[in-house]
Design a binder for this molecule. Structure first.
Ligand code: SF4
Length: 333
């Protein structure tokens, strides 16, 4: 008897509101101001998006000192520290700040707690751009805690005046474990006023947890430097997927991963255009996984307005309406 090969497609998946806004900001800046538009760091952590925007005239740089004096630069969705804003001003750059508003929220929390002279324990991954930006808001007060195993080496000035914050794209369960261990050491540890792990990260993890116990293999579409995509692989394995792999593009998918599998789960990180998921679904279809069931655990309709500097320019030109972008379109599920 032949086994029905099926795909469980997680929803929500793919683009979040912050990524959608940041990508559109670069596209609209290119349309309105013309190429080149400089972008500090990858606008979002997805290679296809970066390559597509590069072809249209975006120039990606690591630091603002690589941008010619007086040119226009977009800051990525991950956010930048005040020092980067100051460098850009000193070089007379025209800036468009595409920092996700949910990252800006964490920046503001850091500033507020630093004003109260609190020790801020920032749970996040060392070297991630978002963490560098948030820590840069209050470098004298912020201490990075890179997961539960880093808790033992934390030292604070006053255990009664400590708060934790986190990177927006972490595993919810791992952060809770880190907080639990921090609280064992510092019982007066204060929580942030609201979740720092953003709605999109949480929703994608919940959807993966729902389908993971039913799949032999989970395929997560996303780039290696995309924190939330890498977390989805870990979450899938913890929630019971037989195996889980991350692919940037369909060409990385290896047929032997699927040998003996009857059910394959598919999802994508928050920086991944839906077109890349479609490629994977088509490949799975060619391999006999033709029965596709979407499993939805939440509906998202959040949308952020474009960065204010760009909005002002577009408004003057009467071009403020949000556009539709075929190649880098919003998750169509
Ligand atoms: Fe914003 Fe969350 Fe998307 Fe990051 S993953 S850009 S914090 S909505």
């Amino acid at each position: 008897m032949s086994v029905t090969k099926r795909v469980l497609l997680a929803a929500p998946r793919g683009y979040c509101a912050g990524v959608d806004r940041a990508v559109e900001a670069v596209e609209r800046a290119l349309e309105h101001h013309g190429a080149p538009i400089y972008v500090r760091k990858e606008i979002v952590h997805n290679r296809f998006v970066v390559e597509t925007l590069s072809e249209r005239g975006a120039i990606f740089v690591d630091e603002t000192d690589e941008v010619p004096e007086g040119a226009r630069v977009v800051f990525s969705a991950h956010g930048v520290s005040p020092a980067v804003h100051a460098e850009a001003a000193a070089r007379n750059l025209a800036t468009i700040d595409a920092t996700c508003p949910l990252v800006t929220k964490v920046h503001k929390e850091a500033v507020r707690f630093a004003r109260r002279d609190m020790d801020i324990l920032l749970i996040g991954h060392d070297g991630h751009e978002e963490v560098e930006g948030t820590a840069g808001e209050a470098p004298e007060h912020v201490q990075l805690v890179d997961g539960p195993d880093a808790v033992d080496s934390v030292t604070v000035r006053d255990p009664e005046n400590v708060v934790w914050l986190s990177q927006t794209t972490l595993s919810v369960d791992e952060v809770m474990e880190t907080v639990r261990r921090l609280r064992e050491r510092f019982p007066a540890l204060q929580d942030p006023p609201s979740d720092d792990i953003c709605y999109a990260t949480q929703n994608r993890q919940v959807a993966v947890k729902k389908i993971a116990p039913r799949v032999d293999v989970m395929i997560v579409v996303g780039s290696a430097n995309s924190s939330n995509s890498v977390r989805l692989v870990e979450v899938a394995l913890e929630a019971g997927a037989g195996a889980a792999y991350r692919v940037d593009r369909v060409r990385e998918l290896q047929d032997e991963w699927l040998e003996g599998a009857a059910t394959v789960g598919v999802t994508s990180g928050a920086s991944v255009p839906e077109i890349l998921v479609r490629e994977v679904i088509e490949r799975l279809d060619a391999l006999g996984f033709s029965d596709v069931e979407e499993v939805r655990t939440a509906t998202e309709d959040l949308m952020f307005s474009l960065p204010k500097e760009l909005r002002a320019d577009l408004k003057k030109a009467g071009k403020l309406q949000r556009g539709h972008r075929p190649e880098l379109q919003v998750n169509a599920s």
